[in-house]
Ligand binder design. Structure first.
Ligand SMILES: C[S@@+](CC[C@H](N)C(=O)[O-])C[C@H]1O[C@@H](n2cnc3c(N)ncnc32)[C@H](O)[C@@H]1O
Length: 417
């Protein structure tokens, strides 16, 4: 049924079963306004899931018996009532009750009706969080599992709440200019009617209302690539050298390989995912790079004998720096995943290092902000390799400090023998 709220409901069901929102959300056939409404409801409901459940649990007698789809309907309705002002409350109730009748039975629609009407009657109080325990208060207010609230409290101390809050900020659409300056790209896009802003680290460019951006000549002719500003900073840890061979071990969809292709002679770009490499090759063609060779390769297994002077390991990670873009991550990732990924990352680093020439540089990065996946992996590596030194610890990017995705990066050098 092509109705924005039904689309939101089916998307939420898929996300609850493990899909990512961006893969599950399929708005084909919807008008733009409906598509925007459905998307807003999906993201908002996922972002605020634990908070919405806290409200539901105050109004439903046996919340543990709630059918999963009825719970999703209640979450969606409460999200719209509390966070959106597009639709009057009584219309939200009518719509939601109608949907409950379609997907369930009279009993369920009666329950939905009763709960939502009671919330409206008590609206001033219904959405307030009354919790004394600080961890639990933050967990409910910002819909973060308590495990992660405690983790970030240890890491960020009195910045914790600012960080949790920043994961609700809309993530900007950021571009990296390709073979033109930021000023030239901004000039061209502004002529096409796009409001742009140059941000740090340069040359990143934010486009305010990107609708239609991918129909521009600038896109078709390869004058930009979409890449968060923090991600753009990683490759600048390398020393530029137009003579050297480079390897990118976890390359797809390719943003950092493209930057490497501009400062090194050649880049061998490997990735375990053939599908992601297909997307990367499309971008290589659009952007016009002639010095990148891609190949499917599992970086945990021994690599070919070739040696390199520059290697990037932009490792698979928990993605805890990307919660603004993928809010579902915060419920899916547990501390065990951090430890398991840290083992994979350590293996990838070791394998990549075997291919590094003496005097060569290796940059290690993740879009995670945990210590275990970053400093932990590097310290373990450096203590096993006394011949290697830390050349530069890059900025650790945080959404609440820098307005970017969370990112961690460092450059190590293999000492000359
Ligand atoms: C963070 S993403 C890389 C992003 C990329 N560097 C960029 O800038 O566009 C991590 C990549 O690692 C790949 N990957 C995961 N396990 C791998 C493995 N064992 N060997 C090589 N690549 C792997 C994933 O397919 C994914 O494309």
């Amino acid at each position: 049924m092509r109705n924005p709220r039904f689309l939101a409901l089916t998307t939420l069901e898929k996300v609850e079963n493990g899909a990512f929102i961006q893969d599950a959300f399929d708005p084909k056939g919807l008008k733009e306004a409906d598509r925007n409404l459905a998307e807003t409801i999906v993201y908002g409901t996922v972002q605020n899931k634990l908070f919405l459940d806290y409200v539901i649990h105050r109004f439903v007698k046996k919340p543990e018996n709630l059918d999963q789809n009825i719970r999703q309907l209640l979450r969606m309705a409460l999200y719209q009532m509390h966070f959106l002002d597009r639709v009057p409350d009584h219309a939200i109730v009518n719509e939601t009750v109608k949907m409950a009748k379609v997907i369930s039975n009279v009993g369920a629609s009666g329950l939905v009706n009763g709960v939502l009407r009671q919330v409206i009657r008590e609206k001033d109080e219904a959405f307030k969080v009354h919790i004394d325990d600080e961890v639990r208060r933050l967990a409910v207010t910002y819909s973060f599992p308590e495990e992660w609230v405690r983790y970030f409290q240890r890491l960020l101390k009195d910045e914790t709440e600012a960080f949790l809050k920043s994961t609700f900020d809309p993530a900007p659409l950021t571009l990296r200019p390709v073979s033109v300056s930021a000023e030239a790209l901004i000039g061209e896009l502004e002529e096409d009617g796009f409001a742009c802003e140059s941000i740090k680290p340069r040359p990143a460019v934010v486009v305010k209302h990107p609708r239609g951006l991918f129909e521009t000549e600038a896109y078709k002719e390869g004058r930009f690539y979409v890449q968060d500003a923090a991600s753009q900073a990683v490759v600048s840890l390398f020393t530029t050298d137009k003579e050297v061979q480079a390897m990118d071990l976890c390359a797809a969809p390719g943003g950092k390989s493209f930057q490497m292709a501009e400062i090194f002679a050649h880049v061998d770009a490997f990735d375990a995912s053939a599908e992601r490499l297909v997307r990367m090759e499309e971008n290589i063609r659009r952007l016009g790079y002639k010095n990148i060779a891609t190949a499917v390769r599992d970086g945990k297994t021994p690599l070919p004998k070739k040696k390199y002077d520059r290697i990037l390991v932009d490792a698979p990670c928990t993605g805890l720096g990307l919660i603004r873009r993928k809010p579902e991550i915060k419920y899916r990732v547990g501390y065990d995943d951090v430890l398991q990924l840290a083992r994979v990352q350590r293996l990838l680093l070791e394998n990549a290092y075997d291919a590094l020439n003496d005097g060569g540089e290796l940059v290690y990065s993740t879009c995670s902000v945990t210590v275990e996946e970053n400093e932990g992996v590097l310290h373990s590596f450096l203590s096993d390799h006394p011949e290697c030194r830390l050349k530069e610890k890059g900025t650790r990017y945080w959404p609440h400090r820098h307005g970017t995705d969370g990112f961690t990066m460092a450059c190590i050098v293999r000492k000359d023998a």
